[in-house]
Design a protein around this ligand. Structure first.
Ligand SMILES: CC(C)(COP(=O)(O)OP(=O)(O)OC[C@H]1O[C@@H](n2cnc3c(N)ncnc32)[C@H](O)[C@@H]1OP(=O)(O)O)[C@@H](O)C(=O)NCCC(=O)NCCS
Length: 173
């Protein structure tokens, strides 16, 4: 399949829901993230659950799984977005995760900017996401790349934890 975009040394490609299992080893390697945000490692069916956990009213065409591969073709990241949610032109980024060994070198910044360009091409005018209160490094990251606070929601149950989530957004126009 043709790449969606290139960001730093990473290549982004679309993954069909039917192939979501290919993300499972990456999710398991990111135990730090799952412990911090859910109080447990990735579940054995964590990847398979991703399409299931989308808002039930959304048809499958709204789900967009993106794999990030390094120059050797190894899977080192994931972007999981839904389109036109809750309103047309508004996208929601459910998960952006890089493998531990590729974090901290500004690749995340390059990826999100390239993703935003791609989203503009899809007609998106706003990107929204939620940041877990126990993940202050992520809050610094999203603020640095131009997202602003919409509102705190919760506290709510997230895995074995209970905390608030900061809804953030960035206009893409
Ligand atoms: C958040 C994330 C996508 C950023 O990508 P990145 O390439 O590491 O980001 P950059 O190099 O452009 O920026 C580094 C920033 O990322 C954050 N960060 C999160 N985890 C990090 C790690 N293990 N190493 C380095 N930086 C990390 C920090 O905010 C850091 O900046 P700081 O100097 O303010 O601490 C990536 O670190 C990641 O996948 N983290 C774990 C999953 C996660 O928290 N996702 C966001 C959910 S809302």
């Amino acid at each position: 399949m043709a790449p969606l975009f290139q960001a730093a040394d990473l290549t982004a490609e679309r993954v069909a829901d039917a192939d979501v299992d290919l993300f499972q080893p990456l999710l398991e390697r990111c135990e730090d993230f799952y412990q911090r945000c859910y109080g447990r490692p990735a579940r054995p069916d964590e990847a398979k659950q991703m399409p299931e956990e989308r808002p039930p009213e959304l048809g499958p065409e709204h789900g967009h799984l993106v794999a990030l591969r390094d120059a050797s073709g190894a899977l080192v990241g994931i972007l999981e977005g839904v389109s036109d949610f809750p309103s047309p032109g508004e996208w929601y980024l459910g998960l952006m995760l890089l493998a531990p060994e590729v974090r901290g070198h500004r690749r995340g910044e390059a990826v999100i900017h390239a993703y935003e360009d791609w989203l503009r091409g899809q007609g998106a005018r706003l990107l929204r996401l939620g940041v877990a209160e126990p993940n202050p490094a992520a809050l610094r990251f999203w603020t640095r790349v131009g997202f602003s606070e919409e509102k705190w929601v919760g506290p709510m149950e997230q895995g074995l934890l209970n905390y608030r989530v900061l809804r953030m957004s960035k206009p893409l126009a």
